[in-house]
Write a protein that binds this ligand. Sequence first.
Ligand code: ZN
Length: 296
Amino acid sequence: MSLHPPSGLDTLAVGEEERGHRNPRRSPRTHEGGLPLLLQSIRSGSSGNCLLLENHETTLLIDAGFSSIRRCRAALEPLLPSVDGVLVSHLHSDHISYSTLRVLEEWGVPVWVCAGEEGTLRRKHFRGRPFDGLDLRTFTRRPVQIGSFTIQPFRVPHYPSYPTFGFDVASPHNGTTRRAVVASDLSDWMGQQSHFHNADVIYIEANHDPELLKLYWNPNSVYHLSNPSCAALLRHALDHSTTPPAAVMLGHLSDDRNSPELARDTVATALAEAGYAHVPIHVAPRDEPSNPLAIA
Ligand SMILES: [Zn+2]
């Protein structure tokens, strides 16, 4: 069950049955064997991040940064009856928040954070209030199972005080596997490229344009991936893949130091120069759901 996007549905070599995911009253579990993997950004950027990954039996959220209980309910309530867990990349407030935790507690949705970060989560996001009903779980650097997804966390460089992770999410389908590789906040791609090899779909940060950053300086941009760095990472990943991904989605764009057109053009130009002009590039909107990408 994906959320209603503002326009249309991007299907990638899929049949009619995936179109049923536009109906928010329909459970994903009715798609027995029919959906290898679906990726949809619910929101993306410094005011909040939330990514939906789904197959025929599991619904997973990666991050859920909402600044109020009302906004969180409005965005997630159609999904929450089906959500099997929320995996938190790191503890910045645009990825997890008091408001989101309250809603997830209410719905009994397990929340996964990096082992050792439970105390920081309480101090930063509990506001000194009890969270007795919160189903808090931890992941390490070993693979974690959430429903039918097998997830390999990988540490990425970001803000020093908060350990930050990308995720390699494997979805089984008829004896094969589809892989979504996701990294939303990272300062540098060197050393990270191998995680993206042979991914079936990639969600990656394209935070800022270097020229706009000179005009509108923000010291925090150093913790995020620029458009050219994102393009270099993708080009490297595709150069080392036997099959290119069915799609790439760019996310966490800065409002003042980037635009969807700039991010897409920078990445598309770099990939076209390397012979990958056929790889579809999508850009996650800031405050509304993207079109869901159904990976066949
Ligand atoms: Zn962050």
